[in-house]
Design a protein around this ligand. Structure first.
Ligand SMILES: Nc1ncnc2c1ncn2[C@@H]1O[C@H](COP(=O)(O)OP(=O)(O)OP(=O)(O)O)[C@@H](O)[C@H]1O
Ligand SMILES: [Mg+2]
Length: 343
């Protein structure tokens, strides 16, 4: 699934960048659940695009004016501020460029963003965690209109978020049955959107990134390839080929994580730590059974925007035992005196 998303995004970035006419670029929405690798996939594609674009132009901005200072920044990546306002969103973009925005009012900020996008030869703008905008607030609606206005700046806009269809971001948008693209409405009377309120249609393609399914032989093969990739990177003294990919292990890992890459990473990381500490030096189902997946430790995620994924149901045995996390590290201490614990 990640490969399919990457393929669409790669082609969209390339097509948008090579277009010379000043028409609005078609945008891309990367949709998926929390922790399913949206940021990782989008950034990897964007980084590869930036690399090839820079090489294509020998690291020079093809639109730079002769004699002017040329700082070529083909890709901009910005995380939507948790309480985004039109001003804070513009500032986040300007911060990416390292540009000064002290004391600027909103119109000046918008002008500054346009100037920088143009001057740096930016061809793609990635706005991550876009579903932090709730759109029932006027500020959020203004930010969204502002973002759509970015599409007129000869850059391809990539919006990344959790459950975009359920977020209100597509409210009023219509799906073009012939292309499957979403056509966004312009909101009459938006404050921050003078630049955005043109008669251009803003079209977005939506791509979905989900967890690994585990139903068909092809699904299983894809999950096994992912596990093999992880296995190859594990450095434990008694690790062996097939440690994660043979026996009941693949099914067990899928069961524990519901095929969500981020949860799988959390589980494996904690289990490797436990294997090192205990001296077991390999991963077994018995060891993994003692490791609880901890989503609280995932950094920089806004739970209210659905960025913290729901944990799959625990197996009956683990749920019954309700073990604390990483119990393998616990000092067992003296045996408990019978009858002192209610549980
Ligand atoms: N293809 C992959 N292979 C291995 N690990 C991956 C892959 N994609 C993502 N991960 C790991 O999974 C974790 C979650 O990924 P990421 O942060 O990209 O998810 P996300 O969908 O953007 O999450 P959120 O909704 O919280 O923003 C990260 O630690 C990342 O390194
Ligand atoms: Mg993310």
């Amino acid at each position: 699934m990640s490969r399919a998303v990457a393929r669409v995004m790669r082609s969209r970035l390339r097509t948008g960048a090579l277009k010379h006419r000043p028409t609005t670029r078609r945008g891309l929405i990367v949709n998926g659940g929390g922790c399913q690798g949206k940021t990782e996939t989008a950034c990897e594609v964007a980084a590869a695009f930036e690399q090839s674009w820079l090489e294509l132009h020998e690291h020079l901005n093809p639109d730079a004016v002769e004699g002017a200072r040329d700082l070529h920044i083909p890709v901009v990546y910005v995380q939507t501020p948790v309480t985004a306002k039109p001003k804070s969103t513009c500032k986040a973009v300007l911060d990416f460029y390292g540009a000064d925005h002290n004391g600027m009012d909103l119109p000046a900020l918008i002008r500054a963003v346009r100037r920088h996008v143009h001057a740096h030869g930016t061809r793609a703008i990635l706005l991550d965690d876009i579903t932090r905008l709730k759109l029932h607030r006027r500020d959020d609606q203004d930010v969204f209109d502002l973002l759509k206005g970015f599409m007129d700046m000869s850059a391809t806009l990539v919006l990344i978020g959790v459950d975009v269809p359920g977020s209100g971001l597509l409210r009023g948008a219509v799906e073009d049955p012939s292309t499957g693209e979403w056509i966004m409405p312009s909101r009459p009377g938006g404050q921050a959107s003078q630049g955005a309120e043109t008669q251009h249609q803003r079209r977005f393609t939506m791509v979905h990134l989900g967890p690994f399914p585990y139903d068909t032989p092809d699904d299983m093969a894809a999950f096994l390839r992912h596990l093999k990739g992880i296995e190859d990177h594990i450095r434990l003294f008694d690790a062996f080929p097939g440690m994660l990919t043979t026996g009941d292990m693949p099914e067990y890992l899928h069961d524990r994580t519901a095929g969500v890459v981020g949860l799988l990473e959390c589980l494996i990381e904690d289990a490797v730590e436990a294997a090192t500490e205990t001296g077991l030096e390999k991963l077994t189902i018995e060891l993994l059974e003692q490791v609880e997946i901890s989503v609280e430790r995932l950094p920089g995620r806004d739970a209210t925007a659905g960025e913290v994924p729901a944990l799959p149901k625990q197996s009956p045995t683990r749920a019954k035992s309700s073990r604390p996390r990483n119990r393998v590290f616990d000092d067992q201490g003296p045996p408990p005196v019978t009858g002192t614990h209610a549980r």
